[in-house]
Design a protein around this ligand. Structure first.
Ligand code: ADP
Length: 326
């Protein structure tokens, strides 16, 4: 039987739509299980500076539909030092919090893994990032909403691209992962996606232009994953200007609007399921695991696996995009 009596929740790193749905789920499932719940504000920084409040079910009323995170988020260099983590541990002891649920991306879960090991402290992670770059889960919380936002933006850009017969490079987030670019391209009927997973193996830009794309089209849209490996949309546009001067190129960087907005039904549902599963994991004495959903089933993924393993791109998607953009 688990000895846990109280749970702290924090969101850390980049915010993602659906984090609020996850906070709500962890809070309510914890209270249902008889735990005390503490909301920790501003991620690891708020843990060190003791920005902590006890939560009741009402603290998480009316938030499932809201983007961002009511707990706020922050980046915290101090947590990367042994002294910072000691200060965090002291605060947890003072509040008699005996387990943590950390909602965040790769960096946040890395911090959770180190802290959990150092203090033998029970931590369960939830994958909260629009990038979908965590191994062991089909989708991360926020990814589906960001994908839908990208699709809506590209639809709008296509109207102007078609009118002017231009080549548009649209840069999307992803932090070295091509999931948003590739699936965003399929969903919006774009001509191509330039993603880091492929850029290391081929010159996608040259392949694209040499394959004669745009010959039969009056506009072309290419989604580019933001990454030093792809060169980003600006880098590619610069190359086109120099190497293929016949093209009239434009660049749009979607930036932070990809992070905002009300979460989709899909993100609300996975956030709710993962949040409830995090409490089950604590009841089951699991620690240092991230909750994932694989083939519609809840799975526990050890932090080391979720963080270290690279999540592969599905090559069937690449082939589909190529075949449908002729
Ligand atoms: P994300 O969780 O979205 O990937 P970051 O990479 O910015 O965001 O990480 C968020 C926070 O997680 C950092 O500001 C830091 O407090 C913590 N963190 C990241 N890496 C480490 C690490 N190696 N050791 C301890 N804490 C870390």
């Amino acid at each position: 039987m688990s000895k846990i009596r109280s749970v702290g929740i924090l969101t850390s790193g980049g915010d993602a739509p659906g984090m609020n749905a996850a906070i709500r789920a962890v809070t309510r499932a914890s209270i249902f299980a008889g735990f005390k719940v503490y909301g920790i504000y501003r991620g690891y920084r708020g843990l060190i500076t003791d920005e902590i409040e006890e939560f009741s079910t009402q603290n998480v009323s009316n938030i499932i539909q809201r983007g961002g995170t009511i707990l706020k988020t922050a980046r915290c260099k101090e947590f990367q030092t042994a002294e910072g983590r000691q200060a965090a541990y002291d605060v947890l002891k003072r509040h008699e919090i005996d387990a943590l649920v950390v909602i965040g991306g790769d960096g946040s879960l890395t911090g959770a893994r180190i802290f959990g090991n150092e203090y033998s402290f029970p931590i369960v992670g939830l994958p909260g990032t629009i990038d979908n770059d965590l191994y062991g889960t089909d989708s991360t919380i926020g990814y589906d909403t960001a994908l839908n936002t990208i699709m809506e933006c590209v639809d709008k850009i296509r109207d102007t691209a078609t009118s002017h017969e231009r080549l548009f490079f649209i840069e999307v987030m992803g932090r070295d992962a091509g999931f948003l670019a590739l699936n965003g391209a399929i969903a919006s009927g774009a001509e191509a996606a330039i993603i880091p997973e492929i850029s290391t193996k081929a010159d996608q830009l040259a392949d694209l232009i040499e394959s004669g794309f745009r010959k039969s089209k009056n506009s072309s849209i290419v989604l580019v994953a933001e990454s030093p490996i792809t060169g980003g949309a600006m880098g590619l546009a610069e190359r086109v200007k120099n190497e293929f001067p016949d093209y009239d190129v434009r660049v749009t960087i979607l930036g932070h609007l990809q992070r905002g907005g009300s979460p989709t039904a899909f993100d609300r549902i996975i956030a709710s399921r993962m949040g409830a599963a995090a409490v089950d994991a604590l009841l089951d004495d699991q620690r240092n695991v991230m909750i994932g959903i694989k083939n519609d089933e809840i799975v526990y993924v050890p932090f080391t696996k979720a963080i270290k393993n690279e999540k592969p791109i599905n090559h069937e998607l690449l082939s589909t995009l190529r075949r449908l953009s002729i």
